[in-house]
Design a protein around this ligand. Sequence first.
Ligand SMILES: NC(=O)c1ccc[n+]([C@@H]2O[C@H](COP(=O)([O-])OP(=O)(O)OC[C@H]3O[C@@H](n4cnc5c(N)ncnc54)[C@H](O)[C@@H]3O)[C@@H](O)[C@H]2O)c1
Length: 425
Amino acid sequence: MKTDTQRPPLRIAGIGCGPRTRIYLKLAAALPECYQVVAAADPNAGRVESVRAHSNNPEFRSFASAAEMLAVPKFADVMVIGTQDALHKEHAIAAMEAGYDLLLEKPIATTLEDCNAVEETASRLGRKVVVCHVLRYTPFYREVKHIIDSGELGEIITLNATEGVGAWHQAHSYVRGHWANVEKASPMILSKSSHDMDIIRWLAGRPCERLSSFGSLTYFRKENAPLGAPLRCSDGCPVADTCHYNSAHYVTTQRTWLSYVYDRIDTATPEEIHEWLKTSPWGRCVYHCDNTAVDHQTVGMEFAGGLTATFTMTAFANHRHIEIYGTKGRLRGGDAVKETTGADIIVHKLDGTGERRWTQETIEGELYAHGGGDFGLMRALYDEIHLEDPRQMTSSLHVSLASHRMAFASEQSRLTRAVVELADA
Ligand SMILES: NC(=O)c1ccc[n+]([C@@H]2O[C@H](COP(=O)([O-])OP(=O)(O)OC[C@H]3O[C@@H](n4cnc5c(N)ncnc54)[C@H](O)[C@@H]3O)[C@@H](O)[C@H]2O)c1
């Protein structure tokens, strides 16, 4: 991150003040040499107020909608687009038309056509767009990328990655929550695993040429409901005491997840939260929701030059894991390695010279969200927005579009059971 007197702080504003925009703007406010948080828009006035409270800016401007904010002549440099997936296209294009560069939450949009429309608008208007693939900015994946680029592993032949979403996270977000219904949001491989498609494409460092995918919604279905389980946990469920997914856990052990969807968490009494759960989507029995998102999916990929990769997403494991096999060495990294060895990454050399371990510095608290990726992204954004050529940005619209194409192709393959060729990835 470079700052100098010739480059004043970027004025940054946000559309949609959910947890994502709030964390980005809070981190921006904590970097006053880089950013001035100038405005936010959301129909939920309390959420805008929360951004204002952290902005350290007495001239902060509050708006009730994207349309209201974008009707005002341009007053910021960068606009965060943090509305729900289905609104990204509309808000991203409108903000670019109004003159803003963007920090755009993933996914770019919910269909390939709409992603292309966002890209075409950015190209036509010469706008810079950084897509929030926060994993690219984590110390962990930066080290993996550095090891590959250093040649220590030789030529990369095989890459296997897994993403354990976690059972409660799956239930909260993809069974009860915003991304449960694919028809209203986007397929799981895009809404959740576009991060993984992006990381795999980035680490492979070359285009994916073809892929196939399998997966389904196997567990969170009404056929698996315990006998007598009602539609809502609070309606006298016979297995309430033993059910891992009992919504009453939001009041005790799952408060972090609650905080993402219930704004009054700091002031509400347990009774008020229980009352809210009686009508909220998050109070529903996980076996009786309108969810269509898969709870497990695998993708098999072939990249230019023959490199093969697999990716597995499952609700029933926690955290990410990666194995990379090269002609000179192999790398294993992620939580499974950490749990058993204490190291984050282990590189094993094939020439018999042993192994090398890498352990990342621990950063506590909010700054460490997404493995340090949220903070890493906000630190990098300042420099990246100033780059002459947007294609040099770590997470440009261009590179993100390539991995989004892989996600859309994976869903197509899953649904049609066919290998999908990616001619232009
Ligand atoms: N990068 C990541 O790792 C990551 C993680 C989680 C979510 N996401 C993505 O971030 C985005 C936001 O997620 P979230 O959980 O913060 O969402 P959210 O639903 O909590 O927040 C969206 C906000 O947009 C507001 N909104 C709706 N219409 C609006 C309008 N016309 N003008 C202004 N505001 C409007 C809503 O009132 C709401 O407060 C989603 O696209 C999601 O997929 C990314």
